[in-house]
Design a protein around this ligand. Structure first.
Ligand code: SF4
Ligand code: SF4
Length: 78
C-alpha cells in the first residue's frame, strides 16, 4: 500500500507566531519554537515530522500564508 506522507516548510522569518496552525493540525505535528525569528516571534516548526499527512489544514489557516505543504507517496515498509 502506498502511504501519503507530507512535509511542511515554514517561512520562519515571515511567521508571526500566532499559533493558529498548531491546533489546526489533526496529527499534532506543529509546535511553536522556543527560539524567535529576527522579528521576535516564536515561529512554527514540525515537532513530529513523521506524522504529517500533507492534509494542508495548517497552510489553509495561516493568515500570512507562510506554510508550504509537500506531499509524497511512499511505499509502506511494514
Ligand atoms: S499538512 Fe496537515 S498533517 Fe501536515 S503539518 Fe499541516 S495540518 Fe499537520
Ligand atoms: S499560522 Fe502561520 S503565522 Fe501563525 S504561527 Fe502558524 S505559520 Fe506562523
Amino acid at each position: 500500500m502506498a502511504k501519503v506522507q507530507g512535509a511542511i516548510v515554514v517561512d520562519i522569518q515571515k511567521c508571526k507566531g500566532c499559533g493558529l496552525c498548531v491546533p489546526a493540525c489533526p496529527a499534532q505535528v506543529i509546535r511553536l519554537a522556543p527560539a524567535m525569528n529576527s522579528k521576535g516571534y516564536r515561529y512554527a516548526f514540525m515537532e513530529h515530522p513523521g506524522e504529517c499527512t500533507g492534509c494542508a489544514n495548517c497552510s489553509l489557516v495561516c493568515p500570512d500564508t507562510v506554510i508550504t505543504v509537500y506531499r509524497v507517496k511512499a511505499n509502506a515498509v511494514n
